[in-house]
Design a binder for this molecule. Structure first.
Ligand SMILES: Nc1ncnc2c1ncn2[C@@H]1O[C@H](COP(=O)(O)OP(=O)(O)O)[C@@H](O)[C@H]1O
Ligand SMILES: [Mg+2]
Length: 348
């Protein structure tokens, strides 16, 4: 297949004057090289399109790909992760991963929590604060955990996110609102085990590839799975495949949330347990990091014995099948989904 590869390269944005924190979720040349190598290894032709604006220009000029594979998270706005999928839909360009609605809903943790709650998925009680003053009206039980409502990679999540009383809440909320220029989510602090669940496929065919328990090592500066700990994860974090009753419950809850949010092809869901060992949904990542050794989804794939190339192959197969794109002469397995193009197109 001819694959249009869309991504936001960290270096490009740093050179343009953006800060490390602003580009924290963007991709390193290593990630892009590794994904491209896996796609080539799987027999595909890869066209490095780069950022979403390049894709929009090329699609507007009439060019099409058999499939767009985008890991671009966008720079501005709370629907930034929906931008590339929306451009693809505008030009009837088949693409991998979730659609714009899911991308936007999952980036906003408050919206995602409301959707999964409506489907009976356990998630911590929460309030969204648009100003520090709104903390005074919050009636939640302490301790609470405070984080920006629409960020990722642990940005704004550290020891100071754990607040014990209204004064702390006001201070932490003020700090995060100023730093990230967006509302904060204050939710019940979950003191139990932490899991991240890798899921592949779409709808009824979605399946768990592995459930990893995340443990921040003793002696790490911060006890939270924070931005700093994620960046230095090789030294500060232990990832273990977990298969006990609590972990399996986390997996079942993650799968329920994946379907409630209509995730497609692949995603990683984060959960943390309460004091009674019941896992709660924290958030879903429909554009999960794909660095082979540094990102959680490939780490899960490796621990589960699937491996990096097979992970990428399964994502491509899922995206191709639901859009009727035939990979390597195989019949597509289409399903009755209103958001998928019915056309069957044969490609190498
Ligand atoms: N309610 C909570 N209770 C305890 N820890 C939390 C809570 N919410 C988040 N965390 C910690 O902060 C980390 C980042 O939070 P998460 O919601 O996954 O956001 P991100 O998009 O930054 O990954 C989690 O992996 C977890 O360690
Ligand atoms: Mg997370």
């Amino acid at each position: 297949m001819r694959i249009g590869f869309v991504y936001d390269l960290r270096e490009e944005y740093l050179a343009a004057g953006y800060s490390e924190l602003e580009v924290a979720e963007f991709d390193s040349p290593a990630t892009i090289d590794e994904i491209e190598a896996a796609l080539v290894h799987l027999g595909h032709d890869v066209d490095r399109v780069g950022r979403g604006q390049n894709l929009a220009r090329r699609l507007a000029a009439g060019e099409r790909f058999d499939l767009v594979f985008s890991i671009a998270e966008g720079l501005k706005g709370r629907s930034r992760e929906a931008q590339v999928p929306a451009v693809c839909e505008l030009f009837e360009q088949p693409y991998a991963f979730s659609d714009p609605l899911t991308m936007a809903a999952t980036l906003d943790k408050s919206v995602a929590k409301q959707i999964v709650m409506a489907h009976g998925v356990p998630t911590a009680t929460f309030a969204q604060l648009r100003s520090a003053e709104e903390a005074d009206a919050a009636t939640l039980d302490y301790p609470l955990f405070v984080k920006p409502v629409a960020e990722g990679t642990g940005k704004g999540c550290d020891a100071a996110s754990i607040v014990m009383n209204k004064d702390d809440l006001r201070q932490s909320a003020a700090r995060l609102i100023e730093r990230f220029a967006q509302p904060v989510l204050a939710e019940t602090y979950l003191p139990g085990r932490e899991f991240t669940v890798g899921i592949l496929g779409t709808g009824d065919t979605a399946r768990i590839i592995g459930i990893a328990e995340i443990t921040v090592r003793e002696g790490a500066e911060d006890p939270v799975y924070s931005y700093e700990n994620k960046e230095a994860c090789e030294e500060t974090v232990v990832y273990t495949l977990a298969d006990d009753a609590e972990a399996r419950r986390a997996g079942a809850i993650a799968l329920q949330a994946y379907r409630a949010l209509d995730c497609r092809d692949a995603a990683r869901l984060d959960l943390k347990s309460d004091a009674n060992g019941l896992p709660h949904f924290l958030e879903a990542n429909p554009i999960a990091g794909l660095h082979p050794t540094h990102s959680d989804l490939p780490i899960i794939a490796e621990l589960a014995g699937l491996g990096y190339d097979n992970l990428i192959a399964e994502i491509i197969a899922s995206a191709a099948h639901r859009q009727g794109v035939i990979v390597g002469g195989q019949e597509p397995v289409t399903h009755a989904c209103t958001c998928c193009a019915p056309k069957v197109r044969e490609v190498a």
